[in-house]
Design a protein around this ligand. Structure first.
Ligand SMILES: Nc1ncnc2c1ncn2[C@@H]1O[C@H](COP(=O)(O)OP(=O)(O)OP(=O)(O)O)[C@@H](O)[C@H]1O
Length: 455
């Protein structure tokens, strides 16, 4: 194995592990030598060596195999950053690592999570409900001087937040390949933080996250209530903003509605531009369906679908886009099985369960009545200021059900429950979520009530 082979392996690694990972981890490696089946590389910190070895070691070995220059193991040596300052008689820190050869690179083993190839601006259908979010995302993706920082995107389940974030990342990479763009979920941020704490690698963790040019954190509501993670996130956030690096955050609700988020973080998140993705409307749903059908046709085969089937789906499925896509995937499968035109009748039959669920709109009234019946309390008590446990618990349960089964916002729910403040509803929802995990009875009550209401 020579420096030239390493050059060839690097070329392929760009594609196999993704550009971001390549730039962050592979590019800084320096090839030292290859002797006795051991390929040695220079790294700047032991953390870097350890990370590369653990996460990309198998892939690197695989590339050497493919190039006909197999290597038994990899060795990483920490090299002094500035040769002039290095102390000649001090041996560099060395360690070797033999990867497991499992050839698997998991999402949470790298600084950023992989990007989905399908989530680009080209495949994102714009309509009234998402036009502002789309315009803001486009603006950020153009790069250049940062005009709003952070960009905070929020909206309900499956409305395209992740899609837009990936689209920004792809576009930035296309326009400015030298930028270090990192996308990850808040959950992954937390796990990486915990791992760094455990491995006593906090300095490296900090410097890595502070060295990115664009940081995107998805589903930030996840870190609510997780104090140390929030603290670290806050410092990373500030450091990047100070350096005028772009930050993009997503959540399922507005910063002000994320309970358990420290006030200082909440206010920082509101510094930039906060835009929401509204629930889809008929036109947007139809546009998305048409686009997916086109994609399917261009990739696979002629799809025969009668006029009206797509309109029917756009009318009847008013849930999130993910449900819409699921329905369409089933239709595609059906089309490939029957080999003839998909009719409205066939659609209704094969999607009966999805359509039933979409049809079912639970009202606040039903939720309140059924909860009162179930716990044997009076409606007037549910709406009263009474706080005794036998009234407060059913009230909290009803609020929780309202959040799960309707599209109502926290303030709207609060209003229906005797003009209560939205923070009371947020507290109720959290309380029931907590109790469900600790108390089997509460979990059963919630499940039974939900089933009764959805039936
Ligand atoms: N406007 C759109 N055009 C095309 N596809 C869309 C659009 N909105 C959503 N989708 C598709 O719907 C699916 C769900 O979107 P996405 O994962 O981005 O949702 P999300 O808002 O991040 O939801 P969650 O937070 O629940 O993960 C994806 O497959 C995405 O491509």
């Amino acid at each position: 194995m020579t420096n030239e082979t390493w050059g060839q392996a690097r070329e392929t690694l760009q594609t196999t592990i993704g550009k971001n990972n390549y730039q962050t981890w592979i590019e800084p490696l320096t090839f030292v030598s290859c002797e006795g089946g051991v390929a040695e590389f220079g790294v700047q910190t032991s953390f870097q060596g350890d990370w590369v070895s653990r996460n990309f070691g198998d892939e690197i070995l695989r590339q050497f195999d493919k190039l006909g220059a197999p290597v038994d193991r990899l060795k990483f040596s920490v090299q002094a950053k500035r040769p002039a300052a290095a102390q000649p008689d001090q041996a560099p820190e060395r360690f070797t690592a033999k990867p497991s050869r499992s050839y698997q690179i998991t999402d949470d083993s790298v600084l950023g999570a992989p990007l989905d190839k399908r989530f680009t601006f080209d495949s994102f259908v714009v309509g009234k409900p998402n036009e502002l979010a789309h315009a803001a995302a486009r603006r950020v993706a153009e790069g250049g001087p940062v005009s709003f920082n952070p960009l905070f995107l929020y909206g309900g389940v499956g409305l395209g937040k992740t899609h837009l974030m990936h689209a920004i990342a792809w576009e930035l990479q296309k326009r400015s390949p030298e930028l270090k763009v990192v996308y990850l979920s808040a959950e992954q941020f937390m796990y990486r933080f915990i791992q760094a704490l455990r491995d006593k690698q906090m300095m490296d963790f900090k410097s890595l996250f502070r060295s990115v040019d664009v940081l995107m954190v998805d589903d930030v509501q996840f870190i609510a209530g997780k104090d140390s993670t929030q603290d670290e996130f806050f410092h990373t956030f500030n450091a990047l903003i100070d350096q005028q690096k772009q930050i993009i955050i997503s959540a399922d609700r507005a910063p002000g509605e994320i309970d358990g988020l420290e006030e200082r973080i909440r206010s920082r998140l509101q510094w930039g531009l906060v835009v929401d993705l509204h629930p889809t409307d008929y036109e947007l749903r139809l546009g998305i369906l048409q686009q997916k059908v086109e994609q399917y046709r261009s990739q696979y085969q002629e799809l025969k679908i009668t006029d009206g089937v797509l309109e029917f789906l756009a009318h009847r499925i008013s849930n999130n886009v993910r449900v819409l896509e699921g329905a369409l995937t089933r239709l595609f499968a059906l089309a490939s099985l029957v080999g003839r035109e998909i009719t409205l009748e066939m659609t209704q039959e094969s999607l009966a369960d999805i359509l039933r669920q979409s049809d079912r709109k639970v009202t606040m009234d039903e939720i309140m009545r059924k909860t009162c019946d179930y716990y044997n309390v009076r409606m007037s008590d549910l709406l009263s200021p009474k706080r005794s446990r036998n009234i407060a618990r059913p009230r909290q349960m009803a609020m929780w059900l309202a959040k799960q089964l309707t599209q109502r916002s926290y303030p709207e729910i609060g209003k229906r429950f005797g003009n209560r403040d939205h923070t009371t509803v947020i507290h109720a929802v959290r309380k029931i979520d907590e109790l469900k995990a600790q108390d089997a009875q509460v979990a059963e009550d919630a499940e039974l009530l939900r089933r009764m209401l959805e039936a």
